[in-house]
Design a protein around this ligand. Structure first.
Ligand code: G3P
Ligand code: CA
Length: 329
């Protein structure tokens, strides 16, 4: 049975981070009628290397309601914020000769990949790396200057904000829990234990737990009352992977839907949001990027407006300032 999200928590998050210039209360087509949330995708990752303190802090300064740490775990059990298990795309590991012989091939969903893998390295080794921007056309100014961060450090950041009266939530994604299970490790307990140790609940920090893998979310549902988001692989990959999603059968509080579910190829809203809402599900949609709007949009502001009008409950944005601005209009 779906659990009801505490509307008061979401309202608290929305109000605490609302820039003064934003429009007054208005009717939203969201599940609860509340203002949709802006989720800083990997921080303000369009501006700074993803999952760095600089990216998270910028997102908070820009008025994001939630920052998003994607979590992987090192060989010695430390949760770090990385989007991928492989490290070559977002760190300088290829320039570390001491790790040259640690590059190994793994089978990934779409073929074999040779790389350096986060769970093959200790946290001490990870601490010797620096972050990099992976997308062409974005600033490379901060490459090789910023540390990778732990989940503990991300939690400390939002707790410090809360101390200042600014409530910013965490939209936490567990990455590849099935891989960790295959090597005899779990992600659910480390994540839940870490949040409990930090006292996020007591501090009033809103939290969503999201994942692409249903068994992980089922485990978290058994062990906590946190709101859960079932991420959905988008087109064309879902069909390539043989994935089908039944909204009526979902037991999570919401879905994390690729834009391809919510908007058709001409940019028009599909019936997805209505069907999800009818099933009692929140719809958080990924990912809007100023420098890479989804076709046929030529600017992210137009895409964001259509998504907000369609009634989505949240949007992951690489440039959260733009999402906050469009929402305010
Ligand atoms: O977690 C959903 C959203 O962040 C998009 O997924 O692959 O960028 O982590 P991904
Ligand atoms: Ca994510």
């Amino acid at each position: 049975m779906k659990r009801l999200i505490s509307a008061s928590i979401l309202v608290l998050a929305a109000c605490a981070s609302a820039p003064a210039a934003e429009a007054p209360a208005q009717a939203w087509n969201t599940l609860t009628g509340e203002r949709p949330i802006v989720i800083a995708h990997r921080g303000a990752s369009g501006l700074y290397p993803e999952h760095t303190m600089m990216a998270y802090k910028a997102a908070i300064a820009q008025g994001a309601d939630f920052i998003e740490p994607d979590l992987v775990m090192t060989s010695d059990g430390v949760l770090i914020a990385r989007h991928d298990l492989y490290l070559s795309a977002t760190t300088d590991i290829a320039d570390h000769p001491e790790f040259a012989d640690r590059k190994v091939a793994r089978q990934m969903p779409f073929g074999e990949q040779e790389d350096w893998w986060a769970d093959d390295f200790t946290f001490a080794e990870i601490q010797t790396l620096k972050a990099r921007q992976q997308f062409e056309g974005r600033s490379m100014e901060y490459n090789d200057t910023l540390d990778l961060v732990t989940f503990d450090e991300v939690m400390d950041l939002v707790l410090a904000e809360a101390e200042k009266g600014n409530i910013v939530g965490l939209h936490v994604e567990a990455k590849w829990p099935s891989h960790y299970a295959s090597i005899g490790k779990g992600l659910a307990d480390p994540i839940l234990d870490a949040m409990k140790a930090k006292g996020l609940k007591e501090a009033g920090i809103p939290v969503y737990i999201q994942c692409f893998e249903p068994p992980f979310l089922a485990e978290v549902a058994e062990k906590s009352d946190l709101p859960l988001i079932q991420n959905m692989v988008g087109a064309p990959y879902a069909s390539m992977m043989g994935l089908e999603y039944d909204l009526d059968a979902m037991t999570t509080d919401g879905v994390g839907a690729d834009v391809s579910y919510v908007l058709g190829k001409h940019g028009q809203p599909t019936d997805f949001v209505a069907r999800a809402h009818d099933a009692g599900l929140l719809v958080h949609v990924y990912t809007v990027r100023d420098d890479r709007p989804d076709a046929p949009f030529t600017g992210s502001r137009d895409e964001l407006k259509v998504l907000f009008d369609a009634g989505v409950d949240g949007i992951w944005a690489d440039f959260p300032a733009t999402a906050v601005e469009v929402r305010g209009k």
